[in-house]
Design a protein around this ligand. Structure first.
Ligand SMILES: [Zn+2]
Length: 93
């Protein structure tokens, strides 16, 4: 039968191994989050690669989606919509 001190030591090892595992997971998640933020910052520094592509799809996800003309009820306003995320761009016509 293990002594109380030995049981305490083994308990501490399990506890610190669990804490270490949780910290490693948090570090990995934060590295992914940092990488996504860095990539988004780089995209926000330049215009979307294709003319009339959706800024939401490009800046947020790095995807090139065309904005397409859609019907507008407002006189003198042209409306463009992304068919992927439904971003709406209203422009003076
Ligand atoms: Zn979009």
């Amino acid at each position: 039968m293990a002594s109380d001190i030995e049981n305490y030591r083994l308990q501490l090892i399990r506890q610190f191994e669990r804490e270490n595992s949780e910290a490693e997971q948090a570090i990995a998640e934060n590295r992914e989050k940092q990488q996504r933020a860095k990539e988004a910052i780089a995209r926000c520094m330049v215009e979307p690669p294709a003319p009339d592509s959706c800024p939401e799809c490009w800046y947020m996800h790095g995807k090139v989606s065309p904005l397409k003309t859609t019907d507008s009820d407002d006189e003198g306003v042209d409306v463009f919509r992304c068919s992927v995320c439904w971003f709406l761009d209203r422009r003076p016509g």
